[in-house]
Every structure is written in structure tokens, then in C-alpha cells.
Design a protein around this ligand. Structure first.
Ligand code: SAM
Ligand code: SF4
Length: 457
């Protein structure tokens, strides 16, 4: 999934006047510069950036495959997903992914190592395990793997038998993200989502016996969910002892996704009820021994993400949180895929037919993106550090590059948003949605901007 982070939760003690003051449009900063700064980018410019990526930035390789198809569309879904097409289209799509790799791989130095492969969607597990294995092998046959690579896939359990899970284990994956959303059948029925075909505990047994890591995804703020029912779901999840849990706050964007209107009719929970769902669930997770990463991730205390957070070295790419071990420059394949290189971003076309047609001409399907200036690369490092690690220390050089307004930072300190000693900016409340406002203060692009952004709350 290359999805924005939708969660927001306020510390209870914050004054209404402060909330009002800071609840103004600011970028989400899931990337820097934000995706609405992407402009037209040619395939030729991307090719140059890929060649340059051999000598600039992290030498490790990270690959992302976007598999846009789903057997059945969930009514809440805000991802880039399409109802299952004819088998021929899916087959053509797989062939195109291989061809896209063949176009990009000759541009990369052969001695660079792969530290991360991620499959998002849509539903990557719609593909046969053998097909997924061939995609993995296409990479592995071209580049060596790092010692402990992360090869992860997002899975919909509604369409997988235990035999399918076993086959997926043999396809080379190290981590499985299972989309549970809720264990409550009435909630799932309302959102048109098929529950797991197998007992989740049986799936866990297969995956654990094969030494795999397991993430579980949940979604709150849906019709028929209550703080109590959602807590029941999370209690059930904890009994399974997953390595990581993500509690996604349901993003209601019916102007983009018409199917969501059905949920509005079914009755969405009020904002305060939704907040209570998250509070109850997160308190339970913390009492059960999980620690919180960012706004919505919960991991075991020995998880490398938590180790990285403690050291101020946590990173994020469009695939989610990562550490220095797994992070790398990202080369994306498939519709909508966004490559994240040291020099900038490049996004593929969102249209499946156009994607297939461009690839059939042996061309790269780049539509838009952004090449970053040196100044923007520095600001990206500073803003990424702040967004992931809740604090950032600015060197004298950094202060020349960012939009450094001491007066405004001191005002934020007075308002209880940050502490600031002249060099280090630290959030007072780690999960504060106003981290976006702090980042905006450091962002030179925000001076006299005419772009529109959403509010933090
Ligand atoms: C691409 S899907 C996961 C893979 C697979 N298709 C599935 O449904 O299990 C990624 C995750 O995005 C989250 N998601 C989808 N729509 C969302 C929305 N409107 N708001 C917040 N999270 C959403 C869901 O929790 C889902 O598990
Ligand atoms: S949540 Fe997953 S299965 Fe459901 S429509 Fe979105 S991508 Fe497809």
C-alpha cells in the first residue's frame, strides 16, 4: 500500500484555543516535498536519476510492486485498487512487471544489494504464489540480497486456504501483513469484506512454523464498531501475539471513493466515539506490552523499529516505517508506483491500459515526479527525522537551509507544542497531529504557498 497516514489524536489536556490556532491547512509530509508538488517528469529524466542513484545516497536497493487488483472491493477502501479484471489482463500485467524490471535493472550497478522488497495493492495475494516467487526471483537473480532482507507482502485472508499460506511461505517472503480490519462479522458484512477463510490461529501456526514475521492491520471508525467491540477485536488479536499491529483510522473521502457513501448511510461513529475506540485499543495494547511507533503502529519492545526510534534513526518510505538496515532507495514497478531516489521521486501512470501499452513499446511508464535540489534534499532529511522520531537537532549548516524562524518556534514552545533550545526541536506530545505544523515551519516551500492542504485534525 502506498497510502497516506490518516490518523490524528489529540492530547486531552490541550486547550481549545490552541487546537483552533494550529488546526490550519498544512502538508501531511508523507514525503518531502509533498506529492502535490509533483509535476510532469519524463522517462528520460527518471532514467538519469536511476543511473545517478548508483553513486548518490544509500547503495542498498528497495523494490516495490503494486498489484492493483482485488477479488471484491471493500466499501471503505481508499487504496489504488480495481475489481479483478479478466485473467488475460492480469497475465499481461505480470508480464509487464517483468519487462519493467528488464528496463530498469541494466541501469543499476550489479553489486548493489537488495534489502527490501514490498508488495502492496490492491491485493498482491490474488496472484498465485508461484507467480510471486518468479517476481522475487527476477530480483534475486539480478542483485545479491543483504544478510537479513525484508520481503513483505500485504495479504487479504478472505481468499486464502492454509495450503495457499503454506505456498506463500515458500515464495521467499519474510513478513506477512494480514488485513484483518475487524473480527466482528457484522462490521465486515457492512463494508463488503470477506472474513478470513481459515482460523487466524491456524494461519499463524503455518506462518510461525515457517519462521515468518506477522503484522496485522485493523481499521476503526466503521459502521457498527463501538469502543467495546473494537477493543474485543484487539484483545483477540493480542492473544495471537503478532509482531506488529497497525490501527488505521478510517479515512472518509467519498468525493474520491463513491462506495464509501454506503457507509455514511449505514452510520459512521461520531468523532469522539472514534477517538475512544483508538484510546481504549491503544491503552490495551500498551498494557499488553506493545510500544507505539508514530501515530498508529504498535510493536513488541524488541522490534527493530522501536530500537531505531530510541536511537532517533527511524525512517519512513511510502511502504511504511523502516530502519537503516531495511531502508534504501526505492524502485517501484506497476501502476501508481512511486520510486523514491536520492535525487527525487517518479510516479508511474495510474491507468492499467496505458501502463500496459507504454511497457509494450519498451518504454518506462513514468507520468510525474520531482527532482530535488540540494536544499530540498537537506530539508527532506530534517523533516523526515522530525516526523518519524518526534525530534530533530539542527546543525548550523541545516539552519541556513531550512525556513528557520526562531520567533515562531519559541511561540510553539509557549503554546506547549514543542520544546526548543536553539538547536533541538522536540515534540511535547509524541503523537501530536501538530507535528505537521512544526515541519511546515521548517519548510521553505511554505513561504507564500498557493497550494491547498488538509487540516491536521
Ligand atoms: C492495500 S490494503 C491491504 C491488503 C489487502 N488488499 C487487504 O485488504 O487486506 C492496505 C490497508 O489499507 C487500509 N485502508 C484501506 N482503506 C482505508 C481507508 N479508507 N482509511 C484508512 N485505511 C484504509 C486497510 O486497513 C488495509 O489493510
Ligand atoms: S482493502 Fe484491500 S481488498 Fe479491500 S478493496 Fe482495498 S485493497 Fe482491495
Amino acid at each position: 500500500m502506498q497510502l497516506e497516514n490518516f490518523s490524528f489524536f489529540l492530547p486531552e489536556i490541550m486547550l481549545e484555543s490552541i487546537i483552533e490556532k494550529y488546526n490550519v491547512p498544512v502538508p501531511r509530509y508523507t514525503s518531502y516535498p509533498p506529492a502535490n508538488y509533483f509535476t510532469e517528469l519524463s522517462a528520460g529524466e527518471y532514467v538519469d536519476a536511476v543511473k545517478e542513484s548508483n553513486t548518490l545516497g544509500d547503495s542498498k536497493l528497495s523494490f516495490y510492486f503494486h498489484i492493483p487488483f482485488c477479488k471484491q472491493l471493500c466499501r471503505y477502501c481508499a487504496c489504488n485498487s480495481y475489481a479483478m479484471r479478466k485473467t488475460e489482463v492480469v497475465n499481461d500485467y505480470i508480464k509487464a512487471l517483468h519487462k519493467e524490471m528488464d528496463l530498469v535493472f541494466p541501469l543499476l550497478n550489479k553489486d548493489r544489494k537488495t534489502s527490501q522488497i514490498h508488495y502492496g495493492g490492491g491485493t498482491p495475494t490474488i496472484l498465485d504464489a508461484e507467480i510471486l516467487k518468479e517476481l522475487n526471483n527476477h530480483i534475486i537473480n539480478n542483485f545479491p540480497l543483504t544478510e537479513n532482507p525484508e520481503i513483505a507482502i500485504e495479504c487479504h485472508p478472505g481468499f486464502l486456504t492454509l495450503n495457499d499460506w503454506e505456498k506463500l511461505c515458500n515464495a521467499g517472503f519474510t513478513r506477512f501483513s494480514i488485513g484483518i480490519q475487524d473480527f466482528n462479522l457484522k462490521v465486515l458484512e457492512t463494508v463488503a469484506r470477506k472474513p478470513s477463510q481459515e482460523n487466524i490461529s491456524d494461519i499463524f501456526k503455518v506462518l510461525r512454523d515457517n519462521g515468518k514475521r506477522i503484522n496485522l492491520d485493523f481499521l476503526f471508525g466503521l459502521p457498527y464498531q463501538t469502543p467495546e467491540s473494537f477493543l474485543n477485536t484487539i484483545e483477540k488479536a493480542v492473544e495471537l501475539a503478532p509482531d506488529r499491529l497497525v490501527l488505521f483510522s478510517y479515512a472518509h473521502v467519498p468525493w474520491l471513493k463513491k462506495a464509501q457513501l454506503y457507509l455514511e448511510k449505514a452510520g459512521l461513529p461520531e468523532k469522539n466515539v472514534k477517538e475512544e475506540m483508538f484510546e481504549k485499543a491503544s491503552q490495551f495494547l500498551i498494557s499488553a506490552g506493545y510500544v507505539r511507533i508514530g501515530m498508529d503502529h504498535f510493536v513488541k519492545p524488541d522490534d527493530e523499529l522501536f530500537e531505531a526510534l530510541k536511537e532517533g534513526k527511524l525512517h519512513r518510505n511510502f511502504q511504511g516505517y523502516c530502519t537503516r538496515r531495511t531502508t534504501a532507495q526505492v524502485y517501484a514497478f506497476g501502476v501508481t508506483g512511486i520510486s523514491q531516489l536520492e535525487a527525487g521521486y517518479a510516479q508511474n501512470t495510474k491507468d492499467i491500459e496505458e501502463y500496459l501499452s507504454i511497457i509494450s513499446k519498451d518504454e518506462l511508464p513514468i507520468k510525474k515526479g520531482l527532482l530535488l535540489s540540494k536544499n530540498q534534499q537537506t530539508v527532506r532529511r530534517i523533516i523526515d527525522t522530525l516526523m518519524c522520531n518526534y525530534s530533530v537537532t539542527l546543525s548550523d549548516e541545516d539552519k541556513k537551509e531550512v525556513n528557520f524562524d526562531t520567533q515562531k518556534l519559541l511561540e510553539m514552545q509557549e503554546d506547549g507544542i514543542i520544546t526548543f533550545d536553539g538547536n533541538t526541536i522536540k515534540l511535547v506530545h509524541e503523537s501530536s497531529p501538530f507535528v505537521r505544523n512544526v515541519a511546515a515551519l521548517l519548510d521553505p516551500l511554505m513561504i507564500n504557498t498557493t497550494k491547498s492542504f488538509s487540516k491536521p485534525i
